[in-house]
Design a binder for this molecule. Structure first.
Ligand code: NAD
Length: 502
């Protein structure tokens, strides 16, 4: 789709100011409800990336040497500004992503939670001290920042996911370059302005826009020390391998197929409410969306009938109207991909209980809307089960027992989040202990951990060893140094033996 000549063009943010250098390539930012291009975003080339890395490197010595208390003060001021602008962030996110404003407000609240945690940097940056590990010898450890850290983020949480990274990285004393999703990059620009107003020195937080070319320039730049990525699994794998091959510390969070197991003893109404909310919220474009139900025994019919009747009550329309439950998907390409999956599910013989393909929203006929879609009697070899569809499509697989359900989950390549609905403590305990996933809910459908824990999946949902934010975040964005020191007045003399604890 061609951008109209007069649409707004957003800029990069480098060294504390908007950077409007001429770009050779641009991307379209849609208004997903109207199906129109509303702005365009410049795609950085390696020269622009080099400028951003130089700015971030120049800012590193002073920021990393800034006393912890002063860094915390900037974080606290930034947090207050984020809160003050929460409504504006929600509007921006909703207008470019398409999600309902109230849903976007939830995203902003979860971003704030991580900034809250980052404000505890004076505590998190403490080292250890052991007095007298040998005669008059003390050993202690320090955590020091890495240098320039880069963050590459997905479209579905344009405010929250970048905050998972930059809040902790900057708290640790690093400088940061954010490459947000090219589909909804404007929230990042407001973040940059607020950091500046909070007193963060120029060059500590930078934003560059772009696609693969910009990402590759970051991954191979010798001035970048660490890379955090959140996005789809094939790209996560690529980022993990390429950043590591270029000598960088890297964590790469990938895609998901999150399962919710419903046991025959569950509260079926609560389970159906949870399934509908977790499958269709944000039009299914959440990495923690439930996209596969696994109903055990009698739960199958009871839950499917309840989910189907709830789908009939959902209101679908533009995200700025708070009366709506679900907005459009993000781009025409996403809409076409999801519609194709629904066709595939039908052809494969799954039972289509609700079909969102024909939905049209009055007054928004060009919007990228798809109605909530529900498939029952889905088998694990069907593409609608195997692949991450990332749209408002829920599939139900029937299982005979909890062991069968666990075997289905174990065979799935993803392991981000999962949940179980049951009234049995024994079933819940077995599930949480045996399931292969990084985040588990018990009678909770979207178990996104609070900011002072950490977020991360298993298997194809995360490449790297440390999860994102929480204490793992402080570990990822610092490196350890252990010092062994002796201060005494007499000289012990020459000793060629290996040091021991004497
Ligand atoms: P995506 O992988 O297409 O893009 C993510 C980022 O990678 C963007 O900044 C994009 O510009 C960049 N990118 C895209 N193609 C690239 C390439 N070939 N080389 C280098 N960089 C490239 O993901 P998306 O569509 O923006 O987001 C949706 C995906 O993100 C889903 O798979 C979802 O599950 C996943 N996600 C995961 C988590 C998590 O915590 N595990 C959280 C949110 C989203």
């Amino acid at each position: 789709m061609e951008a109209p000549a007069k649409v707004r063009t957003i800029t990069h943010w480098i060294a504390g100011k908007a950077d409007a250098h001429d770009a050779k390539r641009f991307g379209d930012i849609f208004d997903p409800a109207r199906g129109e291009v509303q702005a365009r975003v410049p795609f950085a080339d390696s020269e622009t990336i080099d400028r951003a890395v130089s700015a971030a490197r120049a800012a590193f010595p002073a920021w990393s040497a800034t006393p912890l208390g002063k860094r915390a003060e900037v974080l606290f001021t930034f947090r207050a500004l984020l809160k003050e602008h929460a409504g504006q962030f929600a509007q921006i996110v909703s207008s470019e992503h398409g999600k309902i404003v109230s849903d976007a407000e939830g995203e902003v609240a979860r971003a704030l939670e991580v900034v809250d945690f980052a404000c505890s940097l004076t505590h998190q940056m403490k080292g250890e001290f052991s007095e007298n590990v040998s005669t008059q010898i003390d050993t202690y450890s320090l955590r020091q920042p890495l240098g320039v850290c880069a963050g590459i983020t997905p479209f579905n949480f344009p405010m929250m996911v970048p905050a998972w990274m930059f809040a902790i990285a900057i708290a640790c004393g690093n400088t940061f370059i954010l490459k947000p999703s090219e589909r909804d990059p404007s929230a990042s620009m407001l973040v940059a302005e607020l950091w500046e107003r909070a007193g963060l020195p120029a060059g500590v937080f930078n934003v560059v826009h772009g696609d693969k070319a910009a990402v590759d320039a970051l991954l191979t730049h010798p001035g970048v020390s660490a890379v955090s990525f959140v996005g789809s699994t094939p790209i996560a794998q690529y980022i993990y391998a390429t950043a590591a091959a270029n000598g960088k510390r890297v964590q790469a969070l990938g895609g998901a197929k999150n399962h919710m197991v419903v046991m025959p003893d569950a509260d079926f109404d609560a389970a159906a409410d949870a399934l509908v909310s977790a499958a269709y919220g944000s039009a299914g474009q959440r990495c923690m969306a439930i996209s596969a139900a696994v109903t055990v025994g009698d739960a199958g019919d009871a839950v499917m009938q309840r989910v189907k009747s709830r789908i009939g009550t959902l209101k679908i329309g533009p995200g700025f109207d708070r009366g709506n439950d679900m907005g459009p998907v993000v781009t025409p390409a996403a809409r076409d991909r999801i519609l194709d999956y629904i066709d595939q599910g039908e052809r494969a013989g799954a039972t289509l209980l609700a079909d969102g393909r024909a939905l049209r929203v009055n007054g928004y006929e060009n919007g990228f809307f798809i109605g909530p879609t529900l498939f029952d009697h889905v088998s694990p070899n069907m593409s609608i089960y195997r692949d991450e569809i990332f749209g408002p499509v829920l599939v139900n697989v029937r299982a005979g027992s909890l062991d069968d359900a666990l075997a289905i989950l174990r065979a799935n390549p993803y392991g981000n989040g999962t949940s179980i609905f049951t009234r049995s403590g024994a079933a819940a305990r077995k599930f949480q202990s045996e399931v292969d996933a990084g985040m588990v809910g018990v009678n909770v459908p979207i178990p996104v951990p609070v900011g002072y824990y950490s977020f991360g999946g298993w298997k194809a949902s995360l490449f790297g060893d440390l999860h994102i934010y929480g204490e793992d975040g402080f570990r990822f964005y610092t490196r350890g140094k252990v010092i062994t020191s002796r201060w005494h007045d007499s000289n012990a003399g020459v000793n060629l033996g290996f040091p021991t604890h004497k």
